[in-house]
Design a protein around this ligand. Structure first.
Ligand code: NAD
Length: 351
């Protein structure tokens, strides 16, 4: 099968590509604009494989997208390209509206026209898999409820509102045009190659540098954490097995308060990389002003994907977080090149 993957240089997209190249015989074309979040150094282990190729393209560029689709003739499209950081969406929503909404619309239209040209088995097999987030469902503060596939949308941030809009477009293209789509909504991911502005890598790297560990508000916000390689496996399974028009929630059964996550990272670092002064890394924790509109609790009911597709996460939060901390300790060069910007400067030819 020929997979066109958008956003494959990002955190989850690169995990999906590593999964497909390492565990299947499928071919992958990675289409990515290479924004600050795109890092081809996350793909070094597959970049020389003859089943992998890359094109630097903005998904809002209809002409470029149409040309690459015509040349590659995909069987499956997995759409992960997005602006994804909530804090950045609060500071500057414009790129989120462009990429997440207009970019998704552009892909839907180009690919619908392409799909109409297909015949026989190729047309029957074609799928457009839209990768989305549990944040579209809004806030579960003060309840013990879980998000199901039928929970009403109530996004709180410019990021989640833009993702919700794109989900609605995808569903409309299925319902109106019969375009064969699948949507997945996943909880917070963590694991190797996560951009250091996100909570878990930020805490690990700040701790190692002896810098403060900034925790929003009282740190009691709850997220449902999933190891990124479990998510990549789930996405591949969904796109190969799910019925057209389906939606699946994907989660890790790991509801944790942010402060709990930070304390667990500190405990792992105390064990794996003790500080010279023998103090615990927890002494670096600082509470900072909360993010505006911050949702308090997200939690996924992942029973539908377990029941229909027999998918379960392989990692518990404890095993996944240990692997993650160990990965960062062993890959400080990847982190340093992201932190000092050299991963971008070199590809732009700037010193
Ligand atoms: P990321 O920010 O790490 O990667 C996004 C990728 O998209 C980058 O490589 C970037 O260069 C690329 N991109 C951005 N704008 C583009 C454009 N206009 N054209 C082409 N490429 C562009 O994001 P991620 O964490 O890997 O998330 C991937 C997807 O999964 C997103 O759609 C996100 O909403 C969703 N998601 C993320 C999480 C999470 O915890 N990270 C959870 C659930 C769902």
């Amino acid at each position: 099968m020929k997979f066109l993957i958008t956003g494959g240089a990002g955190f989850i997209g690169s995990a999906v590509i590593r999964h497909i190249i390492n565990h299947t015989d499928d071919e992958v074309l990675n289409v990515d604009k290479l924004t600050y979040a795109g890092n081809l150094e996350s793909l070094v282990e597959v970049e020389k494989n003859t089943r992998y190729s890359f094109h630097q393209i903005d998904i809002c560029d209809e002409v470029a997208v149409a040309q690459i689709v015509k040349d590659f003739q995909p069987d499956i499209v997995m759409h992960l390209a997005a602006e994804s950081h909530v804090d950045r969406s609060i500071d500057g929503p414009a790129e989120f509206i462009k990429t997440n909404i207009v970019g998704t619309y552009t892909l839907l239209e180009v690919l619908r026209k392409y799909w109409l040209t297909l015949g026989g088995d190729k047309k029957a097999k074609f799928r457009f898999h839209h990768i989305s987030t549990d944040e579209v469902y809004g806030d579960l503060e003060g309840t013990t409820e879980l998000f199901t596939e039928t929970t009403s949308y109530a996004p709180s941030s410019p990021y989640s509102a833009s993702k919700a809009s794109s989900d609605h477009l995808v569903r409309a293209w299925y319902r109106t045009y019969g375009f064969p789509t699948i949507v997945t909504n996943c909880s917070n991911n963590y694991g190797p190659y996560h951009f250091p502005e996100k909570l878990i890598p930020l805490m690990i790297l700040n701790a190692l540098d002896g810098k403060p560990l900034p925790v929003y508000g009282n740190g009691q916000q709850i997220r449902d954490w999933l190891f990124v390689e479990d998510h990549a496996r789930a996405l591949y399974q969904v796109v190969c097995q799910a019925a057209v028009g389906e939606t699946y929630n994907i989660g890790g059964h790991n509801e944790k308060q942010n402060i709990e996550v930070v304390r667990t990272i500190c405990a792992l670092l105390d064990e794996l990389k003790p500080r010279d002064d023998k103090q615990s890394y927890t002494s670096l924790i600082r509470y900072v002003t909360d993010r505006p509109g911050h949702d308090v609790r997200y939690a996924i009911d992942a029973s539908k994907i377990a029941r229909d597709l027999n998918w379960e996460p392989l990692e518990t939060f404890e095993t996944g977080l240990r692997k993650t901390v160990e990965w960062y300790l062993n890959n400080l060069e990847w982190c340093r090149r992201v932190q000092d910007g050299s991963y971008q400067r070199e590809r732009l030819g700037v010193n």
